[in-house]
Design a protein around this ligand. Structure first.
Ligand code: SAM
Length: 248
Protein backbone atom coordinates (compact mmCIF):
# COMPACT_ATOMS: atom_id res chain seq x y z
CA UNK A 1 0.00 0.00 0.00
CA UNK A 2 1.25 3.51 -0.79
CA UNK A 3 1.87 5.45 2.40
CA UNK A 4 0.41 8.92 2.70
CA UNK A 5 3.03 11.64 2.25
CA UNK A 6 3.44 14.88 4.22
CA UNK A 7 5.82 17.79 3.84
CA UNK A 8 7.20 18.81 7.25
CA UNK A 9 6.65 22.34 8.54
CA UNK A 10 9.65 22.19 10.88
CA UNK A 11 12.71 19.95 11.04
CA UNK A 12 15.42 19.47 13.61
CA UNK A 13 18.24 20.03 13.66
CA UNK A 14 17.41 22.94 11.34
CA UNK A 15 20.74 22.64 9.51
CA UNK A 16 22.35 19.41 8.47
CA UNK A 17 20.83 15.97 8.42
CA UNK A 18 17.34 16.06 10.04
CA UNK A 19 16.39 13.43 12.64
CA UNK A 20 13.04 14.85 13.72
CA UNK A 21 10.22 16.71 11.99
CA UNK A 22 6.80 18.14 12.82
CA UNK A 23 3.60 19.15 11.13
CA UNK A 24 1.91 22.22 12.59
CA UNK A 25 -1.29 24.19 12.01
CA UNK A 26 -3.91 22.96 9.52
CA UNK A 27 -1.86 19.97 8.34
CA UNK A 28 -1.45 18.72 11.90
CA UNK A 29 -5.11 19.31 12.76
CA UNK A 30 -6.15 17.33 9.68
CA UNK A 31 -3.81 14.47 10.53
CA UNK A 32 -4.79 14.43 14.21
CA UNK A 33 -8.55 14.90 13.97
CA UNK A 34 -9.60 13.60 10.56
CA UNK A 35 -7.07 10.79 10.18
CA UNK A 36 -6.94 10.13 13.95
CA UNK A 37 -3.14 9.97 14.05
CA UNK A 38 -1.53 8.19 16.98
CA UNK A 39 2.03 7.68 18.20
CA UNK A 40 3.62 4.69 16.51
CA UNK A 41 1.91 5.19 13.13
CA UNK A 42 4.18 5.35 10.09
CA UNK A 43 3.96 7.94 7.29
CA UNK A 44 6.25 9.21 4.58
CA UNK A 45 7.53 12.67 5.48
CA UNK A 46 9.52 15.08 3.35
CA UNK A 47 12.06 16.86 5.55
CA UNK A 48 14.78 19.19 4.25
CA UNK A 49 14.04 18.10 0.69
CA UNK A 50 14.38 14.35 1.36
CA UNK A 51 11.70 11.72 1.73
CA UNK A 52 11.83 9.62 4.93
CA UNK A 53 9.90 6.82 6.52
CA UNK A 54 8.74 8.53 9.71
CA UNK A 55 7.06 7.45 12.93
CA UNK A 56 4.71 9.61 14.96
CA UNK A 57 6.06 10.25 18.46
CA UNK A 58 3.40 12.63 19.76
CA UNK A 59 0.11 14.23 18.77
CA UNK A 60 -1.16 17.41 20.40
CA UNK A 61 -3.93 19.81 19.25
CA UNK A 62 -2.13 21.45 16.37
CA UNK A 63 1.19 19.64 16.24
CA UNK A 64 2.29 16.16 15.20
CA UNK A 65 5.89 15.14 15.88
CA UNK A 66 7.85 12.48 14.04
CA UNK A 67 11.13 10.69 14.43
CA UNK A 68 12.67 10.18 11.00
CA UNK A 69 13.81 6.69 10.04
CA UNK A 70 15.52 5.76 6.77
CA UNK A 71 15.59 7.94 3.68
CA UNK A 72 13.46 6.72 0.78
CA UNK A 73 14.05 7.20 -2.90
CA UNK A 74 12.80 10.58 -4.01
CA UNK A 75 12.36 12.58 -7.19
CA UNK A 76 14.05 15.88 -7.93
CA UNK A 77 12.46 19.07 -9.23
CA UNK A 78 12.81 20.07 -12.88
CA UNK A 79 15.65 22.61 -12.97
CA UNK A 80 13.26 25.16 -14.36
CA UNK A 81 12.58 28.70 -13.17
CA UNK A 82 9.21 29.94 -14.37
CA UNK A 83 8.58 33.66 -14.65
CA UNK A 84 4.88 34.47 -14.75
CA UNK A 85 3.86 38.05 -15.46
CA UNK A 86 1.12 38.77 -12.94
CA UNK A 87 -2.35 38.29 -14.41
CA UNK A 88 -5.81 37.66 -12.96
CA UNK A 89 -5.24 35.91 -9.65
CA UNK A 90 -7.59 32.97 -10.17
CA UNK A 91 -5.83 32.14 -13.46
CA UNK A 92 -2.38 32.82 -11.99
CA UNK A 93 -3.09 30.56 -9.03
CA UNK A 94 -4.22 27.80 -11.33
CA UNK A 95 -0.94 28.19 -13.22
CA UNK A 96 1.07 28.03 -9.95
CA UNK A 97 -0.73 24.86 -8.92
CA UNK A 98 -0.23 23.14 -12.30
CA UNK A 99 3.39 24.29 -12.68
CA UNK A 100 4.05 22.79 -9.24
CA UNK A 101 2.46 19.49 -10.26
CA UNK A 102 4.63 19.49 -13.39
CA UNK A 103 7.74 19.82 -11.22
CA UNK A 104 9.20 23.34 -11.64
CA UNK A 105 11.83 24.33 -9.09
CA UNK A 106 11.03 28.04 -8.81
CA UNK A 107 8.29 30.49 -9.77
CA UNK A 108 8.73 34.25 -9.84
CA UNK A 109 5.66 36.44 -10.32
CA UNK A 110 6.75 39.37 -12.47
CA UNK A 111 5.49 42.93 -12.47
CA UNK A 112 5.16 43.72 -16.17
CA UNK A 113 4.10 46.98 -17.86
CA UNK A 114 0.71 45.51 -18.70
CA UNK A 115 0.12 43.93 -15.31
CA UNK A 116 -3.05 45.62 -14.08
CA UNK A 117 -2.24 48.18 -11.38
CA UNK A 118 -4.57 46.80 -8.72
CA UNK A 119 -3.13 43.31 -9.23
CA UNK A 120 0.44 44.62 -8.92
CA UNK A 121 -0.46 46.28 -5.60
CA UNK A 122 -2.34 43.27 -4.25
CA UNK A 123 0.44 40.85 -5.25
CA UNK A 124 2.62 41.81 -2.26
CA UNK A 125 0.13 40.39 0.22
CA UNK A 126 -0.87 37.48 -1.98
CA UNK A 127 2.50 35.75 -2.05
CA UNK A 128 1.87 33.79 1.17
CA UNK A 129 -1.27 32.33 -0.40
CA UNK A 130 0.75 31.38 -3.51
CA UNK A 131 3.26 29.61 -1.26
CA UNK A 132 0.45 27.66 0.41
CA UNK A 133 -0.93 26.65 -3.00
CA UNK A 134 2.53 25.41 -4.02
CA UNK A 135 2.89 23.54 -0.73
CA UNK A 136 -0.48 21.79 -1.13
CA UNK A 137 0.12 20.98 -4.80
CA UNK A 138 3.55 19.56 -3.94
CA UNK A 139 2.04 17.30 -1.33
CA UNK A 140 -0.82 16.25 -3.57
CA UNK A 141 1.49 15.49 -6.51
CA UNK A 142 3.92 13.62 -4.20
CA UNK A 143 6.87 15.89 -4.80
CA UNK A 144 9.78 15.85 -2.38
CA UNK A 145 10.41 19.55 -2.72
CA UNK A 146 8.18 22.59 -2.69
CA UNK A 147 8.99 25.11 -5.43
CA UNK A 148 10.36 28.41 -4.24
CA UNK A 149 7.83 31.19 -4.83
CA UNK A 150 9.78 34.41 -5.00
CA UNK A 151 8.27 37.75 -4.00
CA UNK A 152 6.81 39.57 -6.99
CA UNK A 153 9.68 41.23 -8.85
CA UNK A 154 9.90 44.03 -11.45
CA UNK A 155 10.88 42.61 -14.84
CA UNK A 156 14.15 44.57 -15.12
CA UNK A 157 15.42 43.24 -11.79
CA UNK A 158 14.30 39.69 -12.60
CA UNK A 159 16.26 39.77 -15.88
CA UNK A 160 19.37 41.16 -14.19
CA UNK A 161 19.32 38.33 -11.64
CA UNK A 162 18.71 35.37 -13.97
CA UNK A 163 21.76 33.41 -15.08
CA UNK A 164 20.35 30.08 -16.34
CA UNK A 165 22.19 28.97 -19.51
CA UNK A 166 18.87 28.52 -21.33
CA UNK A 167 16.73 31.66 -21.04
CA UNK A 168 13.55 31.47 -23.07
CA UNK A 169 10.84 34.04 -23.67
CA UNK A 170 7.46 32.70 -24.79
CA UNK A 171 6.36 35.21 -27.38
CA UNK A 172 3.12 35.25 -29.29
CA UNK A 173 4.77 37.45 -31.93
CA UNK A 174 7.65 35.09 -32.75
CA UNK A 175 6.86 33.57 -36.15
CA UNK A 176 9.33 30.80 -36.78
CA UNK A 177 11.40 29.42 -33.89
CA UNK A 178 9.34 26.92 -31.90
CA UNK A 179 10.21 25.96 -28.31
CA UNK A 180 10.82 22.32 -29.19
CA UNK A 181 12.96 23.21 -32.22
CA UNK A 182 15.06 25.55 -30.06
CA UNK A 183 15.52 23.00 -27.28
CA UNK A 184 16.34 20.20 -29.70
CA UNK A 185 18.86 22.16 -31.75
CA UNK A 186 22.60 22.16 -31.11
CA UNK A 187 24.37 23.71 -29.28
CA UNK A 188 21.57 23.84 -26.71
CA UNK A 189 20.77 20.13 -26.90
CA UNK A 190 24.40 19.18 -26.33
CA UNK A 191 24.69 21.56 -23.35
CA UNK A 192 21.70 19.98 -21.69
CA UNK A 193 23.71 17.45 -19.66
CA UNK A 194 23.56 19.94 -16.78
CA UNK A 195 20.62 22.06 -17.68
CA UNK A 196 18.91 24.87 -15.92
CA UNK A 197 16.28 26.74 -17.78
CA UNK A 198 14.29 29.93 -17.32
CA UNK A 199 10.94 30.39 -19.08
CA UNK A 200 8.97 33.67 -19.14
CA UNK A 201 5.26 34.04 -19.85
CA UNK A 202 3.67 37.43 -20.46
CA UNK A 203 0.54 39.05 -19.01
CA UNK A 204 -2.89 38.92 -20.66
CA UNK A 205 -2.10 42.06 -22.68
CA UNK A 206 1.27 40.60 -23.75
CA UNK A 207 4.78 42.07 -23.30
CA UNK A 208 5.37 45.63 -24.53
CA UNK A 209 7.93 46.14 -27.34
CA UNK A 210 10.30 47.72 -24.76
CA UNK A 211 10.05 44.64 -22.57
CA UNK A 212 10.70 42.40 -25.58
CA UNK A 213 13.91 44.33 -26.31
CA UNK A 214 14.95 44.12 -22.67
CA UNK A 215 14.68 40.31 -22.91
CA UNK A 216 16.80 40.40 -26.09
CA UNK A 217 19.44 42.56 -24.37
CA UNK A 218 19.67 39.93 -21.62
CA UNK A 219 20.09 37.20 -24.27
CA UNK A 220 16.73 35.52 -23.90
CA UNK A 221 15.65 33.53 -26.97
CA UNK A 222 12.16 34.34 -28.25
CA UNK A 223 10.15 31.23 -29.15
CA UNK A 224 6.61 30.40 -30.26
CA UNK A 225 4.18 27.70 -29.21
CA UNK A 226 2.39 27.87 -32.55
CA UNK A 227 0.07 30.17 -34.45
CA UNK A 228 -2.73 30.42 -31.87
CA UNK A 229 -2.80 33.02 -29.09
CA UNK A 230 -2.97 31.07 -25.86
CA UNK A 231 -4.09 32.32 -22.50
CA UNK A 232 -1.06 32.96 -20.31
CA UNK A 233 -1.79 29.97 -18.06
CA UNK A 234 -2.24 27.66 -21.08
CA UNK A 235 1.06 28.89 -22.51
CA UNK A 236 2.77 28.24 -19.17
CA UNK A 237 1.55 24.65 -18.91
CA UNK A 238 2.32 23.86 -22.56
CA UNK A 239 5.82 25.34 -22.28
CA UNK A 240 6.68 23.49 -19.05
CA UNK A 241 5.46 20.20 -20.53
CA UNK A 242 7.61 20.61 -23.64
CA UNK A 243 10.62 21.76 -21.60
CA UNK A 244 10.12 18.84 -19.20
CA UNK A 245 10.71 16.33 -21.99
CA UNK A 246 14.17 17.86 -22.54
CA UNK A 247 15.01 18.29 -18.86
CA UNK A 248 14.10 14.69 -17.98
N1 SAM B 1 -0.87 40.21 -26.54
C1 SAM B 1 -1.71 39.11 -26.83
C2 SAM B 1 -2.99 39.61 -27.46
O1 SAM B 1 -3.79 40.20 -26.74
O2 SAM B 1 -3.11 39.35 -28.62
C3 SAM B 1 -2.02 38.14 -25.75
C4 SAM B 1 -0.95 37.74 -24.79
S1 SAM B 1 -1.09 36.04 -24.27
C5 SAM B 1 -2.73 35.99 -23.67
C6 SAM B 1 -0.14 35.98 -22.79
C7 SAM B 1 1.23 35.35 -22.89
O3 SAM B 1 1.11 33.98 -23.21
C8 SAM B 1 2.13 35.91 -23.95
O4 SAM B 1 2.80 37.10 -23.56
C9 SAM B 1 3.12 34.77 -24.18
O5 SAM B 1 4.12 34.75 -23.20
C10 SAM B 1 2.22 33.57 -24.01
N2 SAM B 1 1.71 33.07 -25.30
C11 SAM B 1 0.41 33.04 -25.71
N3 SAM B 1 0.32 32.46 -26.91
C12 SAM B 1 1.57 32.12 -27.29
C13 SAM B 1 2.13 31.47 -28.42
N4 SAM B 1 1.39 31.07 -29.45
N5 SAM B 1 3.46 31.26 -28.45
C14 SAM B 1 4.24 31.64 -27.43
N6 SAM B 1 3.77 32.27 -26.33
C15 SAM B 1 2.45 32.48 -26.25
Amino acid sequence: MTRRRWIADTVSPPNGHPTHAALTGDQAIHLARVLRAEPGQIFNVVAAGFLHRAEITSVTGDRVDFVLHEELESDSALPLHLYLAIFKFDHLEWAIEKATELGVAQITPVLARRTEKHLAQAAVKRVERWRRIAHEASQQSRRTSVPTITDSTPLKLALERESAPARILLSETEQSLSLSKHLGAPPLASEMWNPTMALAIGPEGGWTPEEMSLFTQHQWTHVTLGPRILRAETAAIAAISIAGTFLG
